[in-house]
Design a protein around this ligand. Structure first.
Ligand SMILES: [Zn+2]
Length: 121
């Protein structure tokens, strides 16, 4: 799989994955808004049911803009939506792990309880 290209929010240099630290300036997106903006400044990918990102041409434009000290104009509603999507997207695996744990441990706990009950009796 080809590596995606992303643009650093702070210095406008191209880097690899959107959420990794920038090799040029060391900035790595942590705040919700920075994460959302970083996901916008990356080559298109699927985030749940939504495809986010920008074409390479748009990324080059954004890269130039940021490097020349101008502010890239983010679509604020897109940023907000993306930030919410990302939070929901990140929350899914945790929820799934808990469900899996209960599914796996449930029968074992019942088994132990039955064994204990038989033993006490
Ligand atoms: Zn940077």
């Amino acid at each position: 799989m080809a590596k995606r290209k992303s643009v650093c929010l702070k210095c406008g240099q191209f880097k690899g994955e959107a959420l990794t630290a920038c090799p040029a300036c060391g900035f790595s997106p942590k705040a919700d808004r920075d994460v959302a903006c970083s996901l916008l400044l990356t080559e298109p990918f699927d985030l749940g049911e939504l495809v986010v990102g920008r074409s390479l041409d748009e990324l080059k434009e954004a890269s130039h803009l940021i490097q020349s000290g101008k502010e890239f104009q983010y679509n604020e509603s897109e940023v907000t939506q993306l930030s919410q999507m990302y939070t929901a997207y990140r929350a899914v695996p945790t929820k799934q792990i808990v469900i899996d744990l209960i599914r796996w441990l449930g029968p074992a706990i019942v088994g132990i309880a039955v064994a204990l009950w038989l033993w006490i009796r």
